[in-house]
Design a protein around this ligand. Structure first.
Ligand SMILES: Nc1nc(C(F)(F)F)ncc1COP(=O)(O)OP(=O)(O)O
Ligand SMILES: [Mg+2]
Length: 218
């Protein structure tokens, strides 16, 4: 579990839909240079058909492998297996976590979205290695995101599941908002547009790392 916990501190999530003006491979390369610790490939309503999704996924997977960054795939367990991903992330409206755990086996990472203590508890019972809690703040990266639940939701979940289980906050998180999410009990922050749409992904990732290490000049 400590491997997952350590890898969650700066969890970059991206698909081609998040990089309207740049090559997604270059964006990931820059984000890795800036210090991300985990990556999730999340193609959503991007217009790519599955062959293109696999091709891009292979390039992103290769980049992560070269830099020792865990590579996870969102939603699509088949795509995760094709890409030899380190894991998969699923939400409450995706395949049941307990079924996904059977398909990916015991050694791959299983992430599950949770908004409430009950969902968090169930995810743990279903074999999740971490949970993603959000949306923390309003987000443009997920069209069907619910109302923001804020860092308090992490505090409530922590009261239910204890301090050991890995939690990452997600949804509208900026470098400046990172301390609030971490103080609420998260092990890390998951980020899409604050890095992918920053124009300077490596600089953006570096700023998150500064706030994560508490080394910013307040
Ligand atoms: N993709 C995600 N990754 C995380 C992670 F924990 F990894 F940060 N947490 C939450 C989500 C959202 O997952 P889901 O609810 O299925 O929506 P979508 O499939 O649109 O992403
Ligand atoms: Mg999903």
């Amino acid at each position: 579990m400590s491997f997952v916990k350590n890898s969650l501190s700066l969890y970059f999530i991206m698909g081609s839909q998040d990089c309207p003006h740049q090559d997604p491979v270059r964006v990931l390369e820059q984000a890795i240079n800036g210090g991300i610790t985990c990556f999730q490939y999340r193609e959503k309503n991007s217009g790519l058909h599955m062959h293109q999704t696999v091709l891009l996924g292979k390039k992103l997977r290769r980049l992560c492998r070269e830099h020792g960054i865990p590579f996870l795939v969102n939603d699509r367990v088949d795509l995760a297996l094709i890409l030899e991903a380190d894991g998969v992330h699923i939400g409450q409206e995706d395949l049941p976590a307990s079924e996904v755990r059977k398909i990916i086996g015991p050694d791959r990472i299983l992430g599950v979205s949770a908004e409430t203590p009950a969902e968090a508890e169930q995810a743990m019972l279903d074999g999740a290695d971490y949970i993603g809690v959000g949306p923390m703040y309003s987000t443009l990266s997920k069209k069907d995101a619910g109302e923001p639940i804020g860092p308090d939701a992490i505090q409530q979940i922590r009261r239910q599941i204890g301090s050991d289980f890995p939690i990452v906050g997600i949804g509208g998180i900026t470098p400046e908002r990172t301390p609030q999410v971490m103080e609420a009990g998260a092990d890390g922050v998951a980020v899409i547009s604050a890095i992918s749409k920053s124009g300077e992904p490596s600089e953006a990732a570096r700023r998150f790392r500064q706030y994560l290490s508490g080394s910013t000049k307040l």
